[in-house]
Ligand binder design. Structure first.
Ligand SMILES: [Zn+2]
Ligand SMILES: [Zn+2]
Length: 253
């Protein structure tokens, strides 16, 4: 068997006989990066006897026993499932239960969540804010399933009056990660939102293909692209609800 060593230090020891050195991080480190998690977070969730093995793990398909963050029974799952999947069976049932469905689709303010930090996101917020009244006090939506271990999602921009979320994607954002994985996770996020009555408009910049039901494809974030987003909002919800939050723009002469 050929051992593989990764630059993150996991896997075989580079330099030892029979170890092939790869110039990238191991698949598990890649997935952690992609899902904005850390290995120590993951280690805190695994059953303690398996901690040492998980500390060295490179495979996202490896099975471990996990402790539910809400104190339910331990449950077996792969690393991939824990990072991207629907969590423990009890949490899953609760997420789909009647108590949760009352809150499903609700937009709320999640304190401490970093949003709109990138320049392009700020610009998008500004351009959109010149066209419709944006609600600045919300950044998360309660969903009716578990997503990355949470019963909520954090789209880039929320328009709760229309139940529309806007996501900005460009290759810079996806390149840092596993493209296929990011798209699968984006699809799941869109579905979770649709399930609770929201629609998602994706701005696909920098050569990205259309993705999901409503996409605005553009080279970079332009005024025309943002206008197109508003047009899509009208298509999705009709003119009246959009007019109700529209900001009168001075006519361009
Ligand atoms: Zn690694
Ligand atoms: Zn649970």
């Amino acid at each position: 068997m050929v051992a593989v060593g990764f630059v993150c230090g996991h896997g075989g020891t580079v330099g030892e006989p029979g170890v092939v050195a790869l110039r990238r991080v191991c698949p598990l480190c890649m997935l952690l990066h992609e899902t904005h998690r850390s290995r120590s977070e993951l280690l805190a969730r695994v059953a303690p006897p398996q901690r040492a093995a998980l500390a060295r793990e490179t495979r996202v398909g490896a099975n471990y026993d996990w402790r539910c963050a809400r104190g339910h029974d331990r449950y077996p799952a792969t690393v991939r499932e824990v990072l991207t999947g629907p969590s423990c069976a009890k949490c899953r049932a609760n997420a789909a239960g009647p108590a949760a469905s009352r809150e499903a689709g609700l937009a709320f303010m999640k304190p401490g969540l970093k949003v709109g930090t990138s320049m392009v996101e700020q610009r998008l917020r500004m351009l959109l804010g010149e066209r419709i009244r944006l609600h600045h006090r919300v950044n998360a939506v309660r969903i009716a399933r578990m997503f990355y271990g949470k019963q909520e999602v954090w789209p880039d921009i929320l328009v709760p009056q229309l139940r529309i979320a806007i996501e900005y994607d460009d290759p810079g954002r996806s390149r840092r990660a596993h493209r296929g994985l990011k798209e699968a996770s984006d699809l799941e996020k869109d579905e979770a939102l649709r399930e609770v009555g929201w629609e998602v408009i994706r701005i696909r910049a920098g050569g990205l293909e259309p993705f999901g039901t409503y996409s605005v494809v553009c080279r970079s974030l332009t005024v025309a692209a943002v206008d197109e987003v508003v047009t899509l909002m009208r298509q999705i919800r009709g003119d009246d609800p959009v007019d109700a939050i529209a900001i009168q723009q001075p006519a361009v002469s």
